[in-house]
Design a protein around this ligand. Structure first.
Ligand code: NOJ
Length: 704
């Protein structure tokens, strides 16, 4: 609980400039006013928080300047710690493929141990943007296409970052609130012109989950939602977030998003922009000094009141108090540093659990013991920087590449390496050497994909093929005819049906972080039976986008060879790989699906049980998904909705019963009035290993 009196006393003693200072967050790596002036402003209490700042010495010096001021209010230091700080864990889109909230929490906690020693008290994570369009570069930073998975991810990350007491953790930011993942055509910063139903059913629930988990901050998105920029969306930020959900933390704008309200076309000048954002519920203005420059004028013009400003300042001071900064300015910066390899084992475990085995034919994987020579070919085979993905902080960091991982795992095997082609630049001069290496090897590991810089913010792509000359390289190497495993390193699904057709095996390796190569080697050698499952549907072709499992049926559902139906005439109906797809080295079977009681009413819940058996020869982990369908309702419901998922760890020959509970709330949907309701009738229940409907086991219950 925050000490409210202390916050009120501080607030009462502040001038307008000092108050606006608390609302002013500046990028210390690119201060708009220049560095000397930034320092002067920190010392004068005109800046309340900094982002993108590194190095204990600099941090502590600035912090000292801030607390030497008459008010003695420390700075908050913010940073995007999306998937690790010094130890880099898999990208969020990869880590969600582990379907393991415990893991999601552990990696966040590890990041806290590293960041809090570096004086960071606020992370701009977790990113909770449901995304069904892999053209959007930021799909890499989020948990994929599903609302329930994203909500579970939200809870786990908030727990991991914040712990039970903020003094011991780092404040988390649920971002970017406002259907950012739905920007048109995957072009970053575009409009999300979606229905209120979609907003409420698909995009906002993860934010509610984060609020329930106690998240300290929320960041609205850059885009507009049907014409209203999220930064000016009072209905979302005030009415929903604060009033209905009871959020009591800070809302921090995205980078220069307040001034951008002018470019959006909803504010005429900076006073209007800052007034609109503040009134809409944005407390902290990141980087553009809009509040400092615009609010004094807005006050004079009567666009805001001192009460509006005080409310935002109060929230910021409360956060500083909750973080313990008012008593312990330097917090854990004097804690002994962690050994450099402290989290390597966790990072390796996260990496191997996040890789998804998409295809494995002719038993090419796991690699046979005693394999004499392996040719690792491709630009992503041995480039340590590339393994980190789109967000990483510290300079001079190194990662285990695929070549390094294989050399460590298979000391008796000769591991050749040829780049063959650059990731992006054209040029085919390296292909001949790659082909020669492939010819001389027993197995080829083809490491192709995207540059990490091609994913993340502002990295929308209209084509999702392999960039540069990588296709020419891959085709030349495949033509050699050796057993070939394609490893795709990318921040999104790539549309390479020809590669999936011709390679014997394919592994979605995303960007797996510091221990990528060791984790991948564990999978390739069979030290780990792959267990990752796709958290996003994988299209064959960009033309299928948006393609996701929880679509509606339509009056003329897609059926092969039916003329008048919901399909493209020149593309398959099905995706390349379904949501939840992911192979292992063993075989699992799901049987004995049971729902009891089969009929419920009122607040009764249903217990769903299914038996899962390991029918193969090695131990493994299976993820089971519980889907629901409401076949007749006053608003058409999706063909499948994920309601829960669970893991079974099984030895060869072992079988276990997996149990789920469906509560009344799980049967609810938003009615025509967008209010939750449960309608009597039948509900179909499906359990299985992916959203491939042809492979799910089904039963049904009734609600009276
Ligand atoms: C812009 C990005 O949209 C946001 O996710 C990030 O937190 C800020 N920049 C700060 O780096």
């Amino acid at each position: 609980m925050a000490d409210k009196d202390r916050v009120e006393r501080l607030l009462a003693s502040m001038t307008l400039e000092e108050k606006l200072g608390q609302l002013n967050m500046i990028d210390a790596g690119a201060p708009p006013m220049g560095e000397p002036e930034m320092e002067r402003q920190v010392a004068a209490g005109r800046i309340g928080s900094l982002l993108n700042i590194h190095g204990a010495e600099r941090l502590n010096r600035l912090q000292k300047m801030a607390v030497d001021n008459r008010l003695k209010i420390p700075l908050i230091f913010g940073l995007d710690v999306l998937h690790g700080h010094r130890t880099i864990f898999p990208l969020p889109i990869a880590e969600t493929c582990a379907f393991d909230p415990g893991l999601w929490e552990r990696t966040a906690r590890a990041a806290v141990e590293e960041t809090s020693r570096a004086a960071i008290t606020l992370t701009f994570a977790p990113m909770l943007d449901v995304c069904r369009d892999p053209r959007w570069g930021r799909i890499a930073e989020g948990p994929g296409e599903d609302t329930l998975v994203t909500s579970r991810y939200a809870e786990a990350k908030v727990r991991g970052f914040q712990g039970t007491d903020l003094r011991d953790g780092v404040a988390a930011t649920a971002k970017h609130m406002g259907a950012y993942g739905a920007v048109a055509a995957g072009r970053d910063y575009g409009s999300a012109d979606i229905s209120e139903r979609q907003l409420a059913e698909v995009y906002l629930p993860p934010f509610e989950a984060a609020v329930k988990a106690g998240v300290a901050a929320v960041m609205p998105s850059f885009n507009d939602v049907a014409g209203i920029p999220a930064t000016a969306h009072g209905e979302i930020l005030n009415d929903l977030l604060r009033t209905r959900w009871g959020f009591d933390g800070i809302v921090v704008s995205d980078y220069t998003a307040v001034v951008e309200l002018i470019a959006h076309g909803v504010a005429g000048d900076i006073a209007e922009a800052s007034a609109l954002a503040l009134k809409s519920g944005v407390d902290i203005d990141m980087q553009d000094e809009a509040y400092v420059r615009g609010l004094p004028d807005a006050l004079k013009r009567g666009l805001v009141t001192m009460g509006d400003i005080d409310r935002a300042v109060r929230r910021m001071l409360t956060l500083k108090e909750r973080l313990g900064l008012l008593d312990d300015t330097y917090r854990r910066t004097s804690a002994p540093p962690l050994p450099a390899n402290h989290y390597d084992a966790l990072a390796r475990d996260a990496a191997r659990r996040s890789a998804v085995l998409l295809k494995n034919e002719k038993s090419v994987l796991p690699l046979k013991p005693g394999t004499r020579r392996i040719a690792v070919i491709g630009p992503l085979g041995d480039d340590p920087l590339q393994m980190f993905g789109c967000w990483f902080a510290a300079a001079g960091m190194d990662s285990a590449t695929i070549v390094r991982g294989l050399r460590a795992a298979l000391p008796q095997t000769e591991i050749l390496h040829e780049i063959g082609a650059h990731i992006e630049e054209p040029g085919e001069t390296g292909i001949a050497a790659a082909v020669a290496a492939a010819r001389s090897a027993d197995v080829v590991i083809l490491c192709v994909g995207e540059k990490k810089e091609m994913t993340g913010e502002a990295q929308g792509r209209g084509r999702l093929e392999l960039p540069g000359s990588q296709r020419a390289l891959a085709e030349a190497v495949l033509a050699v005819g050796k057993p070939t495993v394609a490893i795709l390193c990318a921040g999104r699904p790539l549309t390479v049906p020809w590669l999936f057709e011709r390679a014997d095996a394919a592994l979605a390796a995303w960007f797996l972080g510091s221990e990528a190569g060791h984790g991948i080697a564990d999978v390739l050698t069979g030290a780990w039976s792959p267990s990752g499952k796709l958290s996003v549907t994988w299209p064959h072709d960009v033309g299928q986008i948006p393609i996701f499992y929880s679509h509606r049926a339509t009056g003329r559902p897609a059926v092969p060879d039916v003329y008048y139906c919901n399909r493209h005439t020149d593309l398959p109906i099905e995706p390349q790989f379904h949501f939840g797809h992911g192979l292992s080295y063993t075989r699992f079977a799901v049987t004995k699906l049971n729902a009891t009681p089969a009929e419920i009413s009122g607040d009764q819940s249903v217990t769903i049980e299914a038996e899962v058996a390991n029918e193969g020869g090695v131990a493994g982990e299976e993820t089971l998904f519980l889907f629901l369908r409401d076949p007749v309702a006053s608003v058409a419901r999706p063909v499948l909705e994920l309601k829960d998922f669970a893991k079974a760890v099984l030895k060869p020959g072992e079988r276990k019963t997996v149990r789920f509970t469906l509560a009344r709330n799980d049967l609810a949907f938003l009615g025509r009035d967008l209010k939750p309701r449960v309608e009597p009738g039948e509900f179909q229940i499906f359990v299985g290993a992916s959203a491939d409907r042809s492979k799910l086991t089904a039963t049904a219950i009734r609600y009276r």
